[in-house]
Design a protein around this ligand. Sequence first.
Ligand code: AMP
Ligand code: ZN
Length: 111
Amino acid sequence: MENCIFCKIVAGEIPSPRWYEDDKMIVIRDIEPKAKLHYLCIPKQHFALLSEMDEARAEIVKHLFQTIPTLEKTLGLEGGYRVIINQGEDGGQTVPHLHIHLLGGEKLGEF
Ligand code: AMP
Ligand code: ZN
């Protein structure tokens, strides 16, 4: 997808250290962390919104959610973490490439 910042990161056109990578996803640190540890889990395949879900995309999202708990130690999130998916304008989504935020590394305040 042209002009998508996360597609550019996935393609390596914008450098960003990868804390995890497999054939379907990468995990990077958020450039403007909202907690002591703030990661973004980004599917390699571009789609913007949960409302664009189909079987193939659901498999990718399933893979993300199956993989996240296996990374708790690697990412320093053993104490727990918050999982957020911002959707659309009202949800505060600023990058239209579906991604999962992981926030932790400290006791988070009330939502
Ligand atoms: P959202 O607002 O849910 O769409 O989340 C987009 C997130 O991407 C924000 O928290 C940004 O700080 C983050 N972000 C934008 N550009 C980059 C980048 N080049 N590297 C890492 N994180 C980024
Ligand atoms: Zn994209």
